[in-house]
Design a protein around this ligand. Structure first.
Ligand code: MUC
Ligand code: MG
Length: 373
């Protein structure tokens, strides 16, 4: 039986409020803009993807507005009319029309995968090699917060969802002040949970070599992207000299970037975001490169909503190399959802949704409520 044809591609920008402000190194988000990408096939099946960056243009340069233009004006015309089963060929051909713009490509590629999986009435993971696991550890991330608020939030998340691991955003203030805030928080929890930090590439070499050992001494278990993405020599020096595992995030936005990190031995863990990597196919390639070199993979987030998070969960469920847990908490940071059946989080874990495609179905009343006018 011939595969259905891709008939229509629609996008809409959702502005979804957060449960609290989320402070990054150079930006504080009060809501999360999400480009909802909808694909309809000739057999009536519909798939959903999300174009999402962590808060805005500061992270990687793309935004929901740029993603909408790239998808509607350039990628969609090169996709409509093709067979839904030809995803790898469609994604390959996109390179003739659009260079880079990986967050935009991810939103459409994932919607194509979701639509085709629903057409076949199988879980998305079955198009990615099948499920290897049904749940994964889920780290909770705190934005930049005063100590008392941070302690209160950690205690609340332990009680409500059993989180055992917490990520702390840094890099926004004076390094010495930032570091003492983190050291006090780690000390206050007395080893009951583990802490990692993400500086979002904002420290230079000297600051890193001076202050990361203080965080190591305080008991921080992982350093995420302390220094600029392109400086793999400094990332390698930090990895080799300090002895706390280093995770590459901004340094790895493509399989080629992963190969460069492997060749330089610049990190111990690679943050796999299906968004920054352009979708599920290049996420699989990136994980394969990491695994072959003995690096661990982490299921990372760009603060996607339910559809994007579910797609990343299906990726992590079907990729044995994701051995360093996840931070796929995005839907819990949103004040309200826009799907009928939410992702399940409990006991410090997140569970892969069951059902065809991502397993989630749209709540159109909520989508209309959040759609930007
Ligand atoms: C990032 O850089 O890791 C993931 C969690 C969070 O708080 O920030 C995002 C982006
Ligand atoms: Mg990061």
């Amino acid at each position: 039986m011939s595969a259905p044809i891709i008939e229509a591609i629609e996008t809409r920008i959702l502005d979804v409020p957060l449960i609290r402000p989320h402070g990054f190194a150079t930006f504080t988000a009060n809501e999360q803009p999400i480009l909802l990408v909808q694909v309809r096939l000739s057999d009536g099946a519909e798939g959903f993807g999300e174009g999402v960056v962590p808060g805005g243009a500061w992270w990687g340069g793309e935004t929901v507005e740029t993603m909408q233009v790239i998808i509607e004006k350039y990628l969609a015309p090169a996709t409509i009319g093709r067979k839904a089963s030809e995803i790898s060929g469609i994604v390959h051909d996109w390179e003739r029309h659009v260079a880079n713009m990986r967050f935009a490509k991810a939103g459409l590629e994932i919607a194509l995968f979701d639509a085709y999986a629903r057409s076949l009435n199988i879980p998305l993971a079955d198009l990615l090699g099948g499920k290897f696991r049904d749940s994964l550890d889920c780290t909770w991330a705190l934005g930049v917060l005063p100590l008392d608020e941070a302690v209160a939030e950690v205690e609340e998340r332990i009680a409500s969802h059993g989180h055992k691991s917490f990520k702390l955003k840094m890099g926004s203030g004076d390094p010495a002040t930032d570091v003492s805030r983190i050291a006090e928080l780690v000390d206050a929890l007395e080893g009951r949970v583990s802490f990692r930090i993400d500086i979002n590439a904002r420290w230079d070499r000297l600051t890193s070599l001076r202050f990361l050992p203080v965080l190591a001494e305080a008991g921080v278990e992982l350093f995420e992207q302390p220094t600029p993405a392109d400086d793999l020599d400094t990332l390698r020096e930090i990895t080799q000299r300090i002895g706390v595992p280093v995770m590459a995030d901004e340094s790895v936005c493509s399989p080629a970037d992963a190969l460069a990190v492997v060749q330089k031995q610049a990190a111990d863990v690679i943050a796999i975001k299906t968004t920054k990597l352009g979708g599920l196919l290049d996420s699989k390639k990136t994980a394969a490169i990491a695994e072959t070199a003995g690096l661990a993979c982490h299921g990372a987030t760009s603060l996607e909503g339910p559809f994007g998070t579910a797609a990343s969960l299906h990726f992590c469920a079907s990729t044995p190399a994701v051995t360093y847990g996840t931070e796929l908490f995005g839907p819990m940071l949103l004040k309200e959802t826009y799907v009928e059946n939410d992702i399940e989080y409990r006991d410090g874990k997140v569970f892969v949704p069951e059902g065809p495609g991502t397993g989630l179905n749209p709540d159109w009343d909520q989508i209309k409520k959040f759609t930007r006018k």
